[in-house]
Design a protein around this ligand. Structure first.
Ligand code: MSP
Length: 523
């Protein structure tokens, strides 16, 4: 790695193994992959982590229901993920399993740090617990949550998040002195305006912390599937303390490994339901352990499917494998990030997917590619002519390409995927407008060779740079597109902006391929 490469560390949540992969898991992981690819393209030294969360009561119960050992269940689900991710062109640098020795070593080291500096003590715990959510609720929280008929969640003994039953529990437990971090967390959030995104979520977290932080129970004695508390094996470490530590254990923590250079993480991508864990508990743990905090936590919204909440009981959870039977992976990647502003909730519908594909990809990008390369074939045998006379509209096209490059980088820095794609689409429309206004077929008929050469060159060069910008989103399609333009095998993983982002790098005399459709229309 050259010295000047900036490390970039992006993570997804680690997914529970009590369930099959679904649309939600696929969504975060695709988003992380796009950012990882974008940063590799920009020349950064990227570490992209995903993995699975194998411990906890929920997983133990799911395994018991199937009459197998928890680790056997975990192995099955891990295999699903390991085949799924490449099918979606996910190129993670590592995959962490919480049952691995390297992870347990990290969790133990974290525990010991907290214990040694007095942040952990033993006490008694009595509270409400939601098994499906792995979440504890205080009496006050359950009392504050009220049904439309005025009944409180405490009276109903219902979890305010998932609306399923909560149970009352009392057990001996270790506690983490979370209450000591209330002011520090508030100060951190206020002083680091980029720490929590989107901005609306920041206020939600602030309100939660201002409401008061109680010490956090961080061990359990009621089940065994977890990382044992060091020197007190009747206790297992609370699954969230275990799980959150993955972001460090994957780097080799507590050893001073080469990969520790990636800490602090640049970005934890998560769903909105697990923001509190990432924006409050995790930072407090890190503060207690004297470790730097992640730079940013982005909480995305949730998908419904054809207007309905996805749920196991309804049987409408979208399985990535089924989606991949119907659509190409790049189409799914594009749709998920284009359809809904990252951070907002959204609805997956097959109709919207097809409409977006046909209008934005088949009609706009596909058409620009086809007509440009076809005209190049027809009028110049596929050989790129030299620019003969550049006019203001040509310069405007180049300026727009450069504007697109800047804007896409800025939008992706803010995780505004939909704006990045919208910006590329504007550029594509500009390209199609440029064709319509210049009428190359008329120039050919009139024998205006200078103008025709210039227009053809600008179209192909613009297409090349559009494909580069789209390559993190649709690596397979853009590899095909660039292959037609460059007439050579393209290794999409190896592209670097440094070598290819400048206008005019395609040389006159270069032979392009005959167009073949990259985005055939979907019926
Ligand atoms: N294991 C924890 C995370 C630990 S991270 C240190 C966990 N796992 S999970 O498998 O239940 O959920 C993983 C992610 O899926 C969460 O970010 C959650 O927001 C996301 N989604 C679950 N359902 C979803 C939708 N319907 N839509 C979008 N994302 C959703 O939580």
């Amino acid at each position: 790695m050259p010295q000047d490469q900036k490390p970039y560390y992006v993570t997804t949540p680690i997914y529970y193994v009590n369930d099959e992969p679904h649309l939600g898991h696929m969504y975060t992981t695709i988003a992380a992959d796009v950012l990882a690819r974008q940063h590799r393209l920009a020349g950064d030294d990227v570490f992209f982590l995903t993995g699975v969360d194998e411990h906890g009561q929920k997983v133990q119960q799911a395994a018991e229901a199937r009459d197998i050992a928890p680790i056997a269940l975990a192995d099955q689900v891990v295999q699903r993920y390991e085949t799924l991710w490449p099918e979606l062109s996910i190129r993670n640098d590592d995959f962490i399993r919480t049952s691995s020795d390297r992870h347990k070593a990290g969790v133990h080291a974290m525990w010991k740090r907290l214990l040694d500096n007095g942040s952990i003590y033993k006490g008694f715990y009595e509270d409400w617990y939601c098994v499906p959510c792995e979440t504890y609720w205080t009496e006050t929280q359950l009392k504050d949550a009220v049904f439309p008929d005025g009944k409180t969640y405490l009276e109903a003994e219902i979890c305010p998040d998932c609306k399923r039953s909560v149970e009352k529990i009392q057990e001996e437990s270790y506690f983490f002195k979370l209450s000591e971090y209330q002011d520090k967390i508030i100060a951190h959030i206020n002083e680091n305006s980029d720490f929590i995104a989107p901005a609306s979520r920041k206020n939600e977290v602030l309100r939660f912390v201002e409401g008061g932080l109680r010490d956090l129970s961080i061990s359990r004695t009621t089940f065994s599937w977890g990382v044992p508390v060091p020197d007190d094996e009747g206790h297992v470490i609370y699954v969230w303390i275990d799980a959150l530590s993955n972001y460090l254990s994957a780097l080799g923590f507590p050893e001073d490994t080469e990969n520790m250079k990636y800490w602090p993480a640049d970005l934890h991508l998560i769903g909105k339901d697990i923001l509190r864990f990432h924006a409050v508990y995790w930072p407090a743990m890190l503060m207690a352990a004297n470790l730097p905090l992640p730079k940013r936590v982005f909480a995305h919204g949730w998908w419904t499917v054809e207007g309905e909440k996805m749920s196991k009981s309804k049987g409408n959870a979208l399985r990535p494998a089924d989606l991949l039977d119907q659509y190409e992976s790049d189409t799914l990647r594009y749709f998920l990030l284009r359809e809904v502003p990252f951070g907002a909730d959204g609805d997956f519908s097959h109709d919207s997917l097809k409409t977006r594909y046909n209008t934005e990809l088949a009609n706009d990008v596909g058409n620009l590619l086809n007509r440009s390369l076809s005209m190049l074939q027809k009028y110049r045998d596929g050989i790129l002519p030299a620019v003969a006379e550049e006019q203001s509209e040509d310069r405007a096209l180049i300026a727009d390409i450069e504007g697109m490059q800047r804007d896409v980088a800025m939008h992706l820095d803010n995780q505004a995927f939909h704006l990045a794609l919208e910006r590329v689409n504007q550029m594509v429309s500009h390209g199609n407008r440029y064709v319509a206004e210049n009428e190359p077929w008329r120039l050919a008929k009139e024998g205006n060779d200078n103008r025709l050469d210039t227009v053809l060159y600008h179209l192909v060069e613009a297409l090349r740079l559009i494909a580069v910008q789209l390559s993190p989103f649709m690596p397979i399609k853009m590899e095909q597109m660039l292959t037609q333009i460059m007439s050579k095998d393209i290794d999409i993983e190896a592209l670097r902006l440094h070598d290819l982002a400048g206008w005019g790098l395609l040389e006159a005399g270069h032979q392009c391929q005959k167009p073949s459709p990259v985005f055939p229309r979907m019926e």
